[in-house]
Design a binder for this molecule. Structure first.
Ligand code: GLN
Ligand code: ZN
Length: 764
């Protein structure tokens, strides 16, 4: 029989109960005991959902209060001394590493948190010491949770991050020089001890995640697999299923022969279906294949017909008892359940599958291949009908959009003239001084703004009332900028809730959930909009506010848009057309907006692309270059419809461009603002080395903290920048938007910024 399995289930609960409980605990409004109780309730509920759906292989230890990598850090006692010496209760020590701790005389910042592969989930980085040792916690969490499930009548397959990935995803602590992978010999015995305990508790099989196998690996990392896993195979250990996801493992096939004594391998066949044939050829004679055919990263209903065909291919080669039907990755990246969505159009809702629905999908697919299609005929027929309805829906196929795309030309991506000619016109048109000052877009989102927006959403005030409130906010923002003496103004974005949702709500082809939350980090959840069909712009999206702002401003007003790649990356994309097609549709919609802004008297337009880098494919090479080519093209297509005298800005929340600077340069933006204040100014050297010809505004102060930078600090920062950039290239601005700040510190910081710019203006 072909088993069904889930690699991991979302932790938050259908109503984000874990978020609420964690936050209440942090605020001293919930006792530790009650938090633990709530967590247990959620785990039991999630196991029950999967059991009731008929899933054969149900995960445990996929739960985490904050992050599963952080769980391992604590379980292996890889806890930097600054946390352990505070002698906190283990749960508080854990949260201290995840989010910092400032209480009762203890003051420690959090460990570094970074994106989990190319997802929007963030993990806590193992942070290791020279002379690092490891020691297994006395009641290891995976054992405790396995027994908890067992007691509830559910035999689970515990999930662990594998030793090679744990180290490869880690780093040396500040001031330390240890190479994480060199610690493998010390770490493997701890895994052996843990696995023995799991076996003793009754675990037959363990899912051991080694997602680094989808990356380009240094030889020393590849070489680490065989010696590590040799020591973890034997009768005293559970059988190990090695799980990979978010990419293919073909380029690391030389690692697999060393792993043939493991029970089996899991691969992601949603992202890389083409790897199936070759992986089948690499398996050992008794190894099992876990076929990830139900997408753990997106919200679309699985195409049963296609999934069944894929699984059948594997069965033909291996036989039924050596194939498992699985989710492609953990379901951590999908919302909890579709059942709570009451406002989605019925037509569209039928195309979706969230975590709860996906558990039923693996079961149905496994049954179809075990007992034959007749055994699940109804499910297969309903699925085929839904897939067909989506493919032929008018929402997914907007002829006007397709026609327009077919007429896109190379020339539409290019500005009329090269930069020097454009700049000559912009300089006079906008009367820009040397070292122009500006901000990145948003101003403080005050409580009053949120109150009024809420009232408007609830229908408690009319559209006219809301509009006049927004206009008054804009008036105030303009006045403040007059007083500060900035050079290029912004309207402040008071009308925007979120930089992607705001645009999604004004575009055709998008839908929004009411409860489709997914964990981003810790207790923070996001609710990405969903691109369901061809995207187009039925009407201008930002022109009203920007036009008004320009009309009340005596200095140039900068229009503010979210770029095509950021709109795409911070949404759930379609899985039925390539992302480059979706990016182009978004670009065309934005192009119209850019042209309309110009016509409305807005002659500086910023198109934000903070997500450009996170869309980079995980491996270097052709796939990455392809991505950069279409990503850059979508940006250029969005921007190039304007006259030479209109100035295009773009913004990025980072300045680490080393890996793809050619793409940043290819954007051809007149001005780039980047986050830089906390980085080494040396990162700007690449602009000098490549003789970058256009203008750059590296952030001169950090906007994440309320701290006000002094005028002298800003001057010092500018002096450093001038080592790498020419005076006529340099703009003076903060790191990013100011929406999370208060007005008090914002005004003080910007006043110092303007003075620092004036100082250099006089000097040059
Ligand atoms: N224009 C946006 C703002 O100022 C940019 C935000 C971002 O880069 N993440 O808020
Ligand atoms: Zn930013």
């Amino acid at each position: 029989m072909v088993q069904s399995s889930v690699l991991g289930f979302p932790r938050m609960g259908g109503n984000r109960e874990l978020k609420k409980a964690n936050e209440a605990y942090w605020a001293d409004k919930l006792s530790r005991e009650d938090l633990l109780k709530e967590a247990k309730r959620l785990r039991l509920e999630h196991w029950k959902i999967q059991k009731d759906a008929g899933v054969d292989v149900i995960p445990s230890n996929d739960f985490a209060f904050y992050d599963h990598i952080l769980d391992h850090i604590q379980m292996f006692n890889a806890i930097p001394e600054r946390y352990s010496k505070a002698s906190l209760d283990p749960l508080d020590e854990y949260f201290a590493m995840g989010r910092g701790h400032q209480k009762d005389g203890v003051d420690v910042p959090s460990l570094e948190m970074v994106k989990w592969f190319d997802s929007n989930y963030h993990y806590v980085k193992p942070t290791l010491q020279d002379g690092q040792t490891f020691k297994l916690a006395s009641d290891p969490k995976p054992v405790v949770e396995f027994l908890e499930a067992k007691e509830a009548g559910v035999i689970t397959r515990p999930v662990l991050i594998g030793p090679v990935s744990f180290l490869a995803l880690g780093k040396a602590d500040r001031d330390q020089s240890v190479d994480p992978i060199s610690l493998l010999d010390k770490l493997v015995p701890v895994y052996a001890e843990l696995l023995e305990k799991l076996k003793a508790a009754g675990a037959e099989t363990v899912q051991i995640d080694e997602p680094v196998l989808v990356l380009d690996l240094a030889p020393k990392i590849k070489d680490a697999f065989k010696p590590a896993y040799e020591k973890l195979v034997g009768d005293k250990f559970p059988k190990l299923l090695l799980a990979t996801y978010f990419g293919d493992i073909v380029h690391n096939f030389d690692v697999l022969p060393g792993l043939q004594s493991l029970y089996g391998v899991h691969i992601d066949l949603v992202r890389n279906p083409e790897q199936l044939e070759s992986v089948l050829g690499q398996l050992g004679p008794n190894q099992v294949l876990s076929a990830g055919v139900v997408d753990g990263r997106n919200i679309w209903k699985t195409n049963f017909k296609r999934a069944v065909e894929t699984v059948e291919t594997a069965i033909q080669k291996l036989s039924k008892d050596r194939v498992i039907v699985a989710t492609s990755s953990s379901l951590l990246h999908t919302p909890h359940s579709l059942d709570s969505e009451k406002k989605l159009p019925e037509e569209v809702k039928d195309w979706f599958s969230f975590a709860v629905q996906k558990t039923a999908e693996v079961v149905a697919i496994a049954k179809a291949v075990t007992d034959g299609p007749a055994s699940v005929r109804e499910a297969l027929e309903a699925n085929a009908k839904s897939i067909q309805a989506r493919a032929s829906s008018e929402r997914t196929n907007n002829k006007a959009v397709k026609d327009r795309q077919s007429k896109v030309t190379e020339a539409m991506h290019e500005r009329q003239s090269p930069f020097p000619e454009r700049y000559a016109q912009q300089k006079t048109h906008l009367s820009l001084p040397l070292f122009p000052t500006t901000t990145i877009g948003s101003f403080p989102q005050t409580k009053e703004i949120r109150v009024q927006r809420n009232k408007f959403t609830k229908g408690e005030i009319t559209a006219e009332q809301y509009e006049s409130f927004i206009n008054k906010e804009i008036d105030d923002n303009v006045k403040i900028q007059d007083e500060l003496g900035l050079d290029v103004y912004v309207h402040g974005e008071p009308e925007r809730n979120d930089m992607v949702q705001y645009f999604g709500e004004r575009l055709d082809g998008y839908v929004f959930t009411t409860n489709g939350w997914v964990q981003s980090y810790g207790s923070r959840c996001v609710r990405p909009p969903i691109i369901v069909g061809d995207v187009s712009r039925p009407a201008p999206m930002t022109v009203k506010e920007s036009k008004y702002a320009a009309s009340v401003s005596k200095k140039p007003m900068k229009g503010m848009l979210t770029g095509p790649i950021t709109c795409l990356r911070w949404s759930y994309p379609r899985d039925d057309v390539h992302q480059s097609v979706q990016a182009q549709q978004l670009a065309l919609a934005l192009r119209d907006e850019v042209v309309d802004l110009e016509a409305a008297g807005v002659y500086v337009i910023q198109v934000d692309e903070p997500a450009l880098r996170e869309g980079l494919p995980l491996r270097s090479g052709r796939e990455r270059e392809n991505y950069l080519a279409w990503a850059v093209n979508s940006f250029k297509l969005a921007c190039a419809g304007v006259k030479d005298s209109t100035q295009i800005h773009s913004h990025f929340c980072y300045s680490e461009f080393q890996d793809f600077f050619h793409a940043i340069a290819a954007l051809d933006a007149d001005v780039l603002s980047i986050e830089n204040s906390k980085s080494d100014a040396k990162l700007l050297k690449v602009f000098e080395d490549t003789a970058y010809p256009r203008h750059i505004g590296p952030g001169v102060y950090d906007i994440h903290s309320p701290r006000v930078p002094s005028e002298q600090e800003i001057k010092d920062r500018i002096a450093e920048m001038l080592k790498f950039l020419k005076p006529e290239q340099l703009w003076i601005n903060p790191d990013c938007g100011l929406k999370t700040r208060q007005w008090k510190e914002t005004k003080a910081a910007l006043a110092n910024l303007v003075n620092a710019a004036k100082f250099y203006r006089e000097k040059h």
